[in-house]
Ligand binder design. Structure first.
Ligand SMILES: [Zn+2]
Length: 308
């Protein structure tokens, strides 16, 4: 949303705020390879397959990056999305020889002309990133292409709970007016969510399932208007919840916390945004229209700046 967007403009937008590029899955699909085993109920297997040191991973190129972004645009158009924020992690592409600068430029060139829906990028850094990569990203934040509107921290919280190393990058991002979202409380504990808020200045949280256990944290999220990016199918697919019925989204809504519904990893979980909205309606005992209204409200939390 631009700064001048009216409430009416916002309510006409169907946003999709948490969606990953999934290059490994898309590369396999492009090559007509059978999908590797799904990682149902196994976060460890999921994170292992996304480890850039995994030797079985397929190499990806600059052309793939552009093609994957355009494929996602076509998918989001079919799903009636008006505006999508796409998590883009440079690491895999860097390892395959694409410099950070070219990664950013290629992603920008792919996203910039796309309309119906607009696609904007969130620069994703993984919790297992090394110091050199973080320094490189931090140094580049000041002149990110205008299609990049925020930063995100993702990866295995249980193995990387200390986020001290990321404070510099997130402080710089906030100072530059970029949006800040953090994957926290998906598999990790409450403490990780407090840290995402207090140490990284998160304005939105990915998953935040653990928050449901703490009235003090729920109160903080409501008072500070921190949006929780909810992904029902993804949480089920990776075993963060054992059944959709046990997902705490109702607790979030009852506490007055803004939420959005998202596919997160649609290639992995085989979900679509309309599917997520229907699932949410069933879980919450709401009509699809009522859930769509919740989703449209989340347009207040997009990271798009008026300059874009
Ligand atoms: Zn995610």
């Amino acid at each position: 949303m631009g700064e001048d967007a009216t409430e009416e403009d916002r309510l006409n937008v169907l946003p999709h705020l948490h969606l990953h590029l999934e290059p490994e899955r898309r590369k396999r699909a492009q090559l007509g390879l059978r999908n590797a085993a799904r990682h149902r109920n196994s976060a460890a297997a999921f994170f292992a397959s996304h480890d850039v040191r995994n030797r079985t991973r397929l190499p990806v190129t600059r052309d793939d990056l552009g093609a994957f972004i355009r494929a996602i645009h076509a998918e989001q158009r079919r799903e009636q999305v008006d505006y999508a924020e796409l998590r883009l992690s440079p690491r895999r592409f860097l390892l395959d020889g694409l410099p950070l600068e070219e990664f950013l430029h290629t992603a920008h060139a792919a996203m910039q002309p796309l309309e119906g829906p607009t696609i904007r990028g969130i620069l994703l850094v993984n919790r297992d990133s090394d110091e050199e990569f973080l320094e490189q990203c931090t140094a580049r934040l000041g002149d990110l292409p205008t299609t990049f509107v925020g930063v995100d921290l993702a990866g295995d919280e249980s193995r990387h709970s200390d986020i001290t190393a990321f404070r510099g990058l997130f402080t710089a991002a906030r100072a530059l007016g970029l949006g800040v979202t953090v994957h926290a409380g998906e598999f990790g504990d409450l403490d990780g969510i407090w840290r995402a808020l207090d140490e990284l200045g998160a304005q939105r949280l990915g998953h935040a399932l653990a928050a449901a256990r703490s009235p003090a944290l729920l109160e903080r999220l409501r008072d500070d208007e921190v949006l929780i990016e909810v992904s029902l199918s993804s949480n089920l697919a990776l075993g963060a919840v054992t059944s959709v019925a046990l997902h705490p989204v109702r607790v979030f809504l009852d506490a007055g916390i803004p939420v959005s519904f998202n596919t997160d990893i649609p290639m992995e979980s085989r979900s679509t945004l309309p599917g997520e909205l229907a699932l949410a309606a069933e879980l919450l005992g709401l009509t699809t229209e009522e859930v769509v209204a919740v989703q449209r409200e989340a347009a207040r939390f997009v990271f798009r700046t008026s300059a874009c």
